[in-house]
Ligand binder design. Sequence first.
Ligand SMILES: Nc1ncnc2c1ncn2[C@@H]1O[C@H](COP(=O)(O)OP(=O)(O)OP(=O)(O)O)[C@@H](O)[C@H]1O
Ligand SMILES: [Mg+2]
Length: 217
Amino acid sequence: MRTIAFVTQKGGSGKSTLAACLAVAAHEKGERVFLIDTDPLMSLSKWAKARKSKDILVEWVPAGKLQSALAMLAKKGITLAIIDTGAGESPAAAAAIKAADLCIIPARPNAFDLWASELTRKACSAARKEFAFLLNQCPPAQQSARIEDGAKALEAMGGLLTPLVSTRVDYQEAARHGMGATELNPHGVAAEEMRDLWASVKRRMARGKSAGVKKAA
Ligand SMILES: Nc1ncnc2c1ncn2[C@@H]1O[C@H](COP(=O)(O)OP(=O)(O)OP(=O)(O)O)[C@@H](O)[C@H]1O
Ligand SMILES: [Mg+2]
């Protein structure tokens, strides 16, 4: 079983949205996915209630029980655990970083998100964990200097996942219905972004495995 944590101290950068969409995209590619919600706001637990199908289970787990919950999921044959964390520094975020094979740090292309990303990167590095940034809520079809600067800054800090994720109504509508973007509108651009994202995350995890744990400063 591989474990991914969506983590950043910055609120509203897209952790829960992307965790849910990535879970669905990975499930569609044959993974047995389990979502672990550690956020007191319980966004993903609410997403699961809105979801018609029980194909992807979600459970809220406190920080102290994360390791044992993951061990149980591995025994049950889950192949991919995705952990969503809340904003700010918390025992749950620290536990998620510790438990993850890959920490994904979403950031919107603005200075405040980028500065916050640096703090989360440091926490990942201190825990000697593989991490990658993900630029979210980029204006669609508009490669502005702000986006390019954001992408360059994150690339320089340790690696940026492809693709850049755009601001699209599909992401918000999918969340509202307890769906992933690939289910809501399978032929839409958001769906394509999420399928590409899963492919990119998979490649990244394979690389992490062969290269060992990243020891960035
Ligand atoms: N790519 C996107 N396009 C459009 N809206 C988005 C996108 N990503 C996130 N959002 C919206 O931005 C808001 C914040 O997203 P989300 O709740 O996923 O962030 P978060 O990092 O989980 O926040 P928190 O730290 O509070 O848990 C939500 O209203 C969500 O619908
Ligand atoms: Mg959230």
